[in-house]
Ligand binder design. Structure first.
Ligand SMILES: Nc1ncnc2c1ncn2[C@@H]1O[C@H](COP(=O)(O)OP(=O)(O)OP(=O)(O)O)[C@@H](O)[C@H]1O
Ligand SMILES: [Mg+2]
Length: 585
C-alpha cells in the first residue's frame, strides 16, 4: 500500500440525512467513504472490504451502536479497527466507559463539529495507512531475510558439498598413492626375490649339470654337490625371512642363555664380517636366561651384524652387549612390566638419517638397491621381538653409528637353559616300511630318496584316499603325509588313520602356513624344507629304536632340505654365512 492510497471509511447511521451530512463533512479527506444504513449492512461491508475507520451512531433501531461495536470487535479481523461513536444524546461517563468496553476508540458528540470529526477520522485513517505500510515493509523485510537465509543455506550446502567432494577426491588420490606405493614395494620385492632365486637356481642347475656330465673325481663331485646344497639353503633362508616377516613362522621358544648363544656365534660372525671389523662381546655378569626361539634369535643377530657390516664398508667396530633391565609398566612403549635382558648391537658405521631411521623397520624398506637387500632384515628382527613378548629399539646418528636394542623377556625361574644336543649327520632307524603321501611327485621323489638312503622301504601314495587303500592292503610301520593336498588334507588323513589303525605313527610334513598352531592335533611335524638328519631323528624317535649309523652315500638333490641354520643342533657353521647374502650382483 502506497503512502497516499485511499482507505475505506465506514459510516453507519440509520438516518440517511445524517449519513449524507457525514459524507459531506468527510469528503474533503479524499478517502473512500462507505455508507451503511443499518448494522446488518455495516457487517456486510466489513466482511467484504478492508475498513480503516468505522463511524457508528450509538442509537439505531435494530441494534444499538454499542452492540454493533461489540460484534465487530469479536471478529478477529477487526480487533484493532478504529471505531468512533457518534452520539446524539449527551453521554454520561458511564456510557462512555461502556462504549470503551465495547471497543470504541473515540467519541464525537452531537452536534458534530465538522473540523473535529474530520480531524479524528483523519488521524485514524492515517494511522491505519501507516500501520499497513509498516506491515508491508515488515513483510518485505521478512521476505528478504528469508530470501537471504535461503541463499546462505544454499551457499553453505554448496560449500559443504564441495568440501566433501574435495575430501573424497583427496581420499581417492591417497588410496591411489598407497596402492602405487604398495605395488612399487611389491615390484621391488618381487624383482629382488626373482633376482635372488635366479642366482640360486643358476648355482644349483650349474652344479647339477656338471655332476650329470660326470665329475673328474670324488672331491670334485662333493664340491659340486656342496655348492648346490648351499644355494638351495640360501633359497630356504630367503623364504624363512619372508615368513618371519609375515609372522607366519612358528616360533619354538626355549630357555636360552644369551651369553652362550652369542659366544657360539662369534666364530661365524668373525668370518662373515671379515677382518676389517673388530667384534666385541660385552655381557653383564649374572644375566638371567631368556625365553626365545634360539634359531630365530641367532638369525636376528646375524641380520643386525650384516646390517652393521654393510654400514662399515671401510671397517669399524661391532659390539654385542647384553644387560639386565627391569621394566616398569608403561615405561617402554607397550612393554609389560617385568624382567628383561636387553641385547644391544652397536656399530661405528655410517648411521642413518632421520628418514631412513623412521622407515628402517618397514617391511621391504631398503637403501641397498634391487637384488641387494630385501628390506626384510629389520622387520624380521622386530617381528621376532614382538612375537616373543619383547621389543626392538633403534638409535642412530649419521657418521657415528647405530645401536639396535632387543628387549627379550627373562624366562620363568628354574627353567635351566637348554639347547638340544647337536645331532651328527645322517642317522637312520632300522629298516621299516614307510607310507609316503604327497601329491607333488617332485617333493615326494626327494623324500623317497632320503628314506631309501636311511634304509627304509617306501610305498608312495599321491592322495589321502590312495593311502587309506594301501593301508587296508598291507601293513606299514610309519606314515609321512603332506598336509596341503586336494581332496583330503594330511590332518584329515591322520585322523582317519588314528581311527582305523590306532597306534600307527603319522608324521605331518608341512610348508609354513598350511596349519595354524594347534590345528595339527599334536601330530609330530616335519617342517618343509627339511634335511636328512631331521627326518632320521624324527623317525627314530617315533619308531623308538636306537638309530644305527650308516655309511653316507650321495643324495639326489631334488629333495628340499632344511637349512643348516635351523637344524636341531642349532649353531652356525662356515657354510651358513653365504646363505644370508647374495654373492653376486
Ligand atoms: N646398522 C645400520 N647402519 C646404517 N643403516 C642401517 C643399519 N641397519 C639398517 N640400516 C638401514 O635400514 C635399511 C633396512 O634394513 P633391513 O635390514 O630391514 O633391510 P636391508 O639390510 O636393506 O636388506 P636385507 O636385510 O634384506 O639385506 C637398510 O637398507 C639401511 O638403509
Ligand atoms: Mg639387513
Amino acid at each position: 500500500m502506497g503512502d497516499n492510497h485511499q482507505v475505506n471509511i465506514l459510516l453507519v447511521d440509520d438516518q440517511p440525512a445524517k449519513l449524507l451530512s457525514y459524507e459531506v463533512m468527510l469528503r474533503e479527506l479524499g478517502e473512500n467513504l462507505v455508507m451503511a444504513g443499518s448494522a446488518k449492512e455495516a457487517l456486510e461491508h466489513l466482511l467484504k472490504k478492508e475498513i480503516a475507520v468505522i463511524l457508528i451512531d450509538v442509537c439505531m433501531p435494530e441494534l444499538d451502536g454499542f452492540e454493533l461495536a461489540a460484534m465487530i470487535r469479536n471478529h478477529p479481523r477487526f480487533q484493532t479497527t478504529a471505531i468512533i461513536f457518534v452520539s446524539a444524546i449527551a453521554l454520561t461517563d458511564l456510557d462512555r466507559l461502556k462504549g470503551y468496553e465495547y471497543g470504541a476508540v473515540d467519541y464525537v458528540p452531537v452536534p458534530v463539529v465538522p473540523e473535529l470529526l474530520r480531524a479524528k477520522v483523519r488521524v485514524f485513517a492515517e494511522l491505519y495507512r501507516k500501520t499497513r505500510l509498516l506491515e508491508g515493509l515488515n513483510a518485505e523485510l521478512e521476505r528478504r531475510v528469508a530470501e537471504r537465509t535461503a541463499e546462505l543455506a544454499q551457499a553453505n550446502a554448496e560449500l559443504e558439498r564441495r568440501v566433501e567432494e574435495r575430501t573424497r577426491e583427496r581420499e581417492v588420490a591417497l588410496a591411489q598413492v598407497h596402492e602405487m606405493q604398495k605395488l612399487e614395494s611389491l615390484g621391488q620385492l618381487t624383482g629382488g626375490l626373482a633376482h635372488d632365486f635366479n642366482n640360486l637356481l643358476m648355482a644349483i642347475l650349474g652344479n647339477l649339470d656338471l655332476l650329470a656330465k660326470g665329475a673328474p673325481d670324488e672331491a670334485a663331485a662333493a664340491r659340486l654337490v656342496d655348492g648346490a646344497i648351499k644355494a638351495a639353503e640360501r633359497g630356504a633362508m630367503l623364504t624363512k625371512r619372508m615368513l618371519a616377516f609375515a609372522r607366519r613362522q612358528e616360533l619354538r621358544p626355549e630357555t636360552v642363555d644369551v651369553a652362550r648363544l652369542v659366544n657360539g656365534m662369534a666364530d661365524m660372525l668373525r668370518r662373515s664380517l671379515g677382518p676389517a671389523i673388530e667384534i666385541n662381546l660385552d655381557f653383564a655378569p649374572g644375566l638371567a636366561a631368556i625365553r626365545v626361539d634360539p634359531n630365530q634369535l641367532e638369525l636376528s643377530l646375524l641380520n643386525l651384524a650384516l646390517n652393521s657390516r654393510d654400514a662399515m664398508p671401510q671397517g669399524g667396530r661391532l659390539t654385542i652387549a647384553a644387560r639386565s633391565e627391569k621394566v616398569e609398566g608403561g615405561r617402554l612403549q607397550n612393554l609389560a612390566a617385568g624382567d628383561y635382558v636387553c641385547l644391544a648391537v652397536t656399530d661405528t658405521g655410517c648411521g642413518m638419517d632421520e628418514v631412513t631411521l623412521k622407515r628402517a623397520a618397514e617391511p621391504f624398506f631398503t637403501t641397498k638397491g634391487v637384488g641387494k637387500g630385501t628390506g626384510l632384515g629389520l622387520s624380521m628382527v622386530y617381528g621376532l621381538a614382538a612375537q616373543s613378548g619383547g621389543l626392538t629399539r633403534i638409535s642412530s646418528q649419521v657418521g657415528v653409528g647405530t645401536t639396535v636394542e632387543l628387549f627379550l623377556p627373562v624366562a620363568p625361574a628354574a627353567a635351566a637353559p637348554s639347547r638340544p644336543p647337536r645331532s651328527d649327520g645322517a642317522a637312520a632307524a632300522p629298516s621299516s616300511s614307510v607310507l609316503l603321501v604327497d601329491d607333488d611327485p617332485m617333493v615326494a621323489g626327494g623324500t623317497v630318496a632320503m628314506l631309501r638312503h636311511l634304509g627304509h622301504r617306501v610305498i608312495e601314495a599321491s592322495s589321502g584316499a590312495a593311502a587309506l587303500e594301501i593301508l587296508e592292503a598291507q601293513p606299514v610301520d610309519l606314515v609321512i603325509t603332506d598336509h596341503a593336498m586336494p581332496g583330503m588334507s594330511g590332518v584329515e588323513l591322520a585322523e582317519r588313520i588314528r581311527r582305523s589303525h590306532p597306534g600307527l605313527p603319522v608324521i605331518l610334513a608341512t610348508g609354513y602356513a598350511d596349519l595354524a598352531r594347534g590345528e595339527d592335533h599334536g601330530l609330530p611335524r616335519l617342517d618343509k624344507p627339511y634335511r636328512l638328519e631331521k627326518l632320521a631323528a624324527l623317525i627314530a624317535s617315533l619308531i623308538g629304536e636306537k638309530p644305527t649309523p650308516r655309511a653316507v652315500t650321495p643324495l639326489p638333490l631334488a629333495a628340499s632340505e632344511e637349512p643348516r641354520e635351523s637344524r636341531s643342533g642349532g649353531g652356525f657353521s662356515a657354510e651358513d654365512v653365504p646363505v644370508l647374502r647374495r654373492t653376486s650382483g
